[in-house]
Design a protein around this ligand. Sequence first.
Ligand code: BJW
Length: 271
Amino acid sequence: VPTTAPHLPAELAEAVHSARRVVVLSGAGISAESGVPTFRDAQTGLWERFSPEQLASEDAWWADPALVWSWYQWRARMVRACAPNPGHQAVGRWQRALAREGGSLQVVTQNVDDLHERGGAEVVSHLHGSLFEYRCAECGEPAEHDPGVAGAREDGAALAGHEDDLEQLMRVPPPRCGHCQDGLLRPGIVWFGEMLPSEALERAYTALEQCDLAVVVGTSAVVQPAASLPFVALGAGAAVVEVNPEVTEFSSAATWHLAGPAGTVLPALAD
Ligand code: BJW
């Protein structure tokens, strides 16, 4: 994996230079260099250590709300302790530069962290929700305050040694909804088998249909419907550059594949 800025092919450099409407479609890999685990990477991926069936579906929630709640609280604490990396920051700089020139850069992310925002970029679409938003599992009302902090241990570090062992995870029952006073609050995450928020998906389709360059970064491109979005850009005649140290399901269709980490390659594209 190269750690020095890549030399961009001349045609790609020209496409980047002339692009006025850019979309960055990101996945977990853009946050990997911040210390946030991806899902499917060998050894370090969350799904290597935890079972998605036990944690990331509605069935899992109803089977054991305290386990699912506590696992997401651990994830939220872990993300809070991480900082945006040069990849997130490059996206923010590129967005501001294009806006100054009358263009636009729209960020569509599958990530449930807030590192794009903390890296200085506005996000038009969080396709899979957020670790920091909650709603009632019964009445659907969003929680007004982040209930994760109250009653939860702030010392994420104390749990760090046990994070790969659900038996050791300190179980905190989910709080009740302040609106209906009955249902339990659940994480505002899109689990397997759930529909994506329709506005977020519509904004993503619109952005990709209208862009002249899409950058697909840090995603294995296996989870639908997000994995189909790069094809929307290609179908609309846009060039699509993939940034990923590994070859993915999408690589053979990409206009360019830049094999390197986001924190090195995105600054080379943005600056
Ligand atoms: C770097 C890097 C560096 C590393 N720089 N890069 C068959 C059966 C059942 C269901 C389905 C089925 N076929 C399709 C489905 C539907 C299902 C699906 O797609 N499943 C597939 C896995 C097969 N999709 C859904 O269920 C979606 N809903 C839906 O379709 O509704 C309609 C429907 C309903 C009922 C039935 C069927 C359809 C919802 C999907 C929600 C996904 N949610 C998750 C979990 C969120 C919870 C949580 O955070 O805990 O979202 S899954 C997980 O994967 C997470 C991610 O957003 C998502 C994508 O992962 P991502 O970002 O690509 O990460 P990785 O780890 O896969 O890849 C990281 C990449 O980074 C790698 O390529 C690395 O190389 C790279 N990398 N370091 C750059 N430094």
